[in-house]
Design a protein around this ligand. Sequence first.
Ligand SMILES: [Zn+2]
Length: 337
Amino acid sequence: MPFRDIAGHDQLKPRIARAALRGTLPPSLIFAGPSGVGKRMAALALAQLVNCLAPLNADDGRDADACGECASCRRITRGVHADVVIVKPGDSGSIKIEAIRDVIERAAYRPFEGRRRVVIIDDAEQVVPGAQDALLKTLEEPPNGTTFVLVTSLPEVLLPTIRSRCRRLRFGRLAPTDVAGVLRRSHDYTDADAHAAAAFADGSPGRALEGATEQFVEARRAALQLLEAVADHPPPARRIMGATGLPGGGRGKVDRDALAQSLRAVATILRDLGILGARADERALANADLKATLQRLLRSFDNDRILGGFAAVDRALDALDRNASPKIVADWLAFQV
Ligand SMILES: [Zn+2]
């Protein structure tokens, strides 16, 4: 997957591409950042770019990218390029010394078919300590024509000596709209499902994909119902009605996790109201697809009410943790927001 198909990381991608084409990219790299944000895909995009037979915009640098279509690019996409080696944890969950010795040995030879060998060690924090020692010597003096990319969400678990031999590139979280875009484009989510899942994904498409989308959709629906019901400070009976949509608020079976999810959904909507109220960057909206509804809610929620709402959600989540009755927590929240 070339850089242009990877969502987000708009500063980092061109920096990597430019340095790769100029030959100024250090041969030992750590791609660090939260899991599921595209670090491994970026490592593959780098491997494609440096081996591409017809790179795009190779002259201007900034928008340089692999073509994605030549024989070399396609072999890398299919995982069968002789010079692009990916090491990842085995069934045991760790990367054993044999696997590391094997790549070190292979790295000692010149690239077979490409211009540059790229060794990608995925979940590099899982390399067992003895193997990290073995790797260290190679990272100190990488063989000509080889780039090592250690991909990790836990760089602090790597030996300090490894970290000091590698240039660390930090991958951040994606904006919710970017997460939703990935889910829509690459995973066939509907617009509403994509935004609902993205709202809970903490900037990581990978995390969104791990979750149960129906639960996200339901949690968001219930949260919205509550906030709309209480928006104009109605009498108690209508507040209680608003809470009935929350899991545990009605007569349905009580699911504490589902209620907690709905409470977090209330928080994402309050946060969005804060963003709209402050006229901040709308790319940060977690529920961008609900903008019309959010604008309507915003007429009833000033900043003080939003902050009070956050505090109430926090207390409600605490109470749930301490085993309070979901019904009581749901009703209580309906009076606090
Ligand atoms: Zn190509």
